[in-house]
Design a protein around this ligand. Structure first.
Ligand code: GUN
Ligand code: ZN
Length: 429
């Protein structure tokens, strides 16, 4: 038998969904633990019970730190790492001015490799153990990403971004090459180690109907794969989609009518949705991804978390780096809280932490493997220091319960709050 390690500290996991059941869905132990063996969670419970059950185990004591599932970032563009925090533009101008020139650089495999490693190290330092990333149109950008993740042991998802119009020379594929390249990449990477391939049309303005049809056909051949794209992020973008697809009923229809709507569809932003779009997304059980720092930074709008959850939509949380202004899921939770406040809703800390872990894992169809700390799942977890700066420490010192203790870290914390990160049981940050 392989050795067992007991990680002891405060612990937090969920035995329900706090969006539906409230904070009672959370299980907090002020002295709890995780038993880890062979990269999997063997057991979880109180520290005393685990010590009794596993007297031979090696003990790692994290003191007052909070052990919880690693963060899951459901929508990110790793190739935009270097252009995060680019000033002064809204979506379409931002793409043309900053994003496309940077993504062009990924034609160079060495550059792709360098940025993929840099991005994953920043993500790990911020406690993110799984992400679903767009790559660039270049197949080598997908190789760079999956290879860098494999060398760190990480469960990651991603795919080649497909676009064949409204993008500069050097950054367009074709309907056929998008299909062919995506298929080769899918066959090479999907299910390889901890990698999952995601079919990735960027958004309907950068794909012709022919390309959307081709990618819809690829998805129909591989329905177990996720398909990710952008939906109804900015009003200017929606008006442009209407011009480009005059026959479409709405933005979602530009995906739906080409075979790109389904339960394994992951739709980023989804801010300005029509009633028909909401109905269809709910009917098929698609996942919507809230990208709050991006939506405020690029000036896109306020995601209707409360309304969408109330009507039964599946929702995940994401940085959307580099449209998003942070690599940190802590900062992303803070922004989600602030956006909800502006919409007259209040997100409880348990809801925020659930969205950043199990909620995003569910949105990506992976909650049977990550994001929950349930026995038998993969041991991707973090230790959060709830007193990582003087400002946070003096506030959390007054806390009457775990929620008051953790909320200052959600609102003011950064990578300094991430005391440790374990990926399949191995410490990686
Ligand atoms: N819509 C199409 N491409 C992008 C992108 O790279 N970032 C964001 N935020 N929105 C997009
Ligand atoms: Zn995006």
């Amino acid at each position: 038998m392989s050795p067992i390690t007991l990680h002891l500290g405060q612990t937090l996991w969920f035995d329900g969904d706090p969006l539906l059941d409230g904070p009672e869905a959370a299980v907090h132990n002020s002295r709890g633990g995780l038993a880890v063996q062979d990269g999997l969670i063997l057991a979880r419970g109180t520290a005393d019970d685990l010590r009794k059950a596993h007297p031979e185990a090696k003990i790692v004591d994290h003191g007052q730190s909070l052990l919880m599932a690693g963060f899951v970032d459901a929508h990110v563009h790793y190739p935009q790492t270097a252009i995060i925090a680019s000033w002064g533009k809204r979506l379409i101008d931002w793409l043309n001015t900053y994003t496309f020139p940077e993504e062009m650089r990924f034609a160079d495999p060495d550059y792709a490799e360098e940025v993929a490693g840099r991005y994953l190290d920043i993500a790990l330092a911020n406690g993110t153990t799984t992400m679903c990333s767009y790559c660039t149109i270049h197949p080598n950008s997908v190789y760079a990403y999956f290879k860098a993740a494999a060398s760190r042991g990480m469960r990651v998802l991603g795919g080649k971004t497909c676009m064949n119009r409204n993008a500069p020379d050097g950054l367009r594929d074709t309907a056929q090459s998008a299909y062919d390249d995506s298929k080769v990449l899918l066959q090479r990477w999907h299910g390889q180690g901890r990698a999952s391939y995601v079919i990735t049309p960027r958004f309907s303005p950068t794909s012709t109907p022919e390309q959307l049809v081709a990618l819809g056909a690829l998805w129909a051949e591989h329905p177990d794969c996720l398909m990710q794209t952008h939906l109804s992020e900015q009003t200017d973008e929606i008006a442009w989609v209407r011009e480009l697809f005059p026959d479409a009923r709405d933005y979602l229809d530009t995906y739906e009518s080409f075979g790109l709507l389904g339960a394994n569809g992951v739709y980023g932003h989804a801010i300005h949705l029509e009633p028909r779009e909401r109905d269809r997304l709910r009917e098929v059980g698609a996942a919507l991804v809230h990208c709050p720092t991006s939506n405020t930074f690029i000036g896109s709008g306020l995601f209707d978390m409360a309304g969408l959850v109330a009507e039964g939509q599946r929702v995940g949380l994401a940085t959307d780096t580099g449209g998003g202004s942070s690599f940190s899921m802590l900062r992303t939770m803070a922004a989600a809280y602030e956006v909800a406040q502006l919409r007259g809703a209040t997100l409880h800390p348990s809801t925020l932490l659930w969205l950043a872990t199990e909620g995003s894992a569910r949105a990506l169809g992976l909650s049977d493997r990550i994001g929950t700390l349930a026995p038998g799942t993969e041991a991707d977890f973090i230790a959060l220091d709830l007193a990582s700066t003087p400002a946070i420490a003096q506030r959390s010192a007054l806390a009457q319960d775990i929620w008051e203790a953790v909320f200052p870290t959600i609102m003011m914390g950064d990578d300094r709050a991430v005391a440790g990160v374990w990926v399949i049981g191995e410490q990686r940050a």
